[in-house]
Write a protein that binds this ligand. Structure first.
Ligand code: FAD
Length: 322
């Protein structure tokens, strides 16, 4: 592979970046995938015991069968699957290498990473949204007891643990920590558990709150975190409770600075990147978007399920330009 004469450089080896690599390879294009972490790095950082809400066939790429023990696969099964896809398809992937900048040259892009300089006619940005947590912006958020990434319940057993948020991730964490012996309190900005919470999990969390196994404060927002307490306001009244750990699952957002540095326009309050819905090409000729990055702050709009089709759309568009 000559890194100075690529047809496509794909940023991000998530499921959708891999789908793009397979489509590019099938079309006989010169391509490479640059990934700043491990293969499918976002999935690798998901909670240890999580199960996908999608069934395994909905997570397949290039129609390669994804066999799982239960209909909805586990994190470990997904890592196994995408690893096998990458090895069996012999994809060109460079791991632990970060794309730092892109410069437009005549008819080509120069892509600078922390390890090399590439030259490519087209770029696919498949960088997802899992790297930048939405901050609480309160004093004490930087204490080591606060995390925006939940992994394993064991650390929270017998600990006064606050889970912030009421989305799927927050509800899953609250239930799991409670069932492993944690003393769980949920601080929720809205007036109830989120409507988008999986229909088979929602009754479980509502019942645990109603029976008092998990304490929940609704219409509540954290105002300060200290080593031993958390303060929050609820209906204008500040309360302070003892606390050991804070698991703040308040969502994630795409790297807008990176998108803007590429010249991609971000539209409206939701900062939706500008792209053509038929080709996935952005307002910058030759730069395409794939996967969940397309939704801007609407991070619930795109999944693996509905964005894996982007790969073929983009490669068809690139081939038709040749
Ligand atoms: C807990 C959880 C459960 C989910 N469950 C489901 C589900 O059941 N079904 C479903 O369809 N979807 C699900 N999703 C959504 C979907 O799985 C993810 O958002 C998915 O990872 C999106 O794939 P992607 O390839 O677009 O982005 P990602 O998988 O996020 O991949 C982006 C990659 O780009 C890399 N990257 C970023 N910036 C750079 C850079 N500058 N240089 C190099 N590499 C870079 C990242 O390290 C990352 O590996 C879930 C999400 C979460 C958080």
């Amino acid at each position: 592979m000559d890194i100075k004469s690529l047809d496509i450089l794909i940023v991000g080896a998530g499921p959708i970046g891999l789908a793009c690599a397979i489509a590019a390879k099938k079309a006989g294009l010169h391509y490479v995938v640059i990934e700043k972490g491990a293969l499918v790095n976002s999935l690798y950082h998901y909670p240890v015991n999580m199960n996908f809400f999608s069934t395994s066939e909905k997570l397949e790429i290039d129609e390669i069968p994804f066999i799982s023990k239960e209909p909805k696969p586990s994190k470990q099964e997904s890592l196994e699957y995408y690893r096998r896809v990458a090895t069996s398809k012999e994809l060109h992937i460079r791991l632990y290498e970060t794309v730092q900048g892109v410069e437009k040259k005549v008819n080509r892009f120069e892509v600078v990473t922390d390890k090399a300089i590439y030259s490519s006619t087209n770029i696919i940005v498949a960088t997802g949204f899992y790297d930048i947590p939405v901050q609480l912006n309160v004093p004490g958020e930087d204490l080591p007891k606060v995390t925006h990434y939940y992994s394993d319940p064991h650390a929270y057993a017998f600990q006064k643990t606050i889970v912030v948020g009421a989305s799927n991730s927050a509800v899953d964490a609250a239930l799991e920590i409670y069932r492993k012996g944690g003393d769980v309190t949920m601080i929720v900005r809205d007036k109830a558990i989120g409507e988008r919470v999986k229909y088979w999990v929602r009754p479980d969390i509502i019942n645990r709150i109603e029976e008092g196994s998990i304490t929940a404060y609704f219409n509540a927002e954290i105002t300060e975190i200290t080593d031993t307490t958390v303060s929050f306001s609820q209906d204008g009244i500040i309360k302070t409770i003892p606390n050991d750990y804070v698991v703040a699952l308040t969502g994630y957002k795409p790297d807008f600075t990176f998108l803007e540095s590429l010249g991609i326009n971000l539209i409206g309050e939701q900062k939706i990147p500008a792209y053509n819905e038929k080709t996935m090409e952005t307002n910058v000729n030759g730069i395409y978007l794939a996967g969940v990055i397309c939704g801007g702050l609407e991070t619930h709009k795109w999944f693996i399920e509905n964005s894996r089709v982007h790969a073929k759309m983009i490669v068809d568009a690139v081939v038709s330009k040749k």
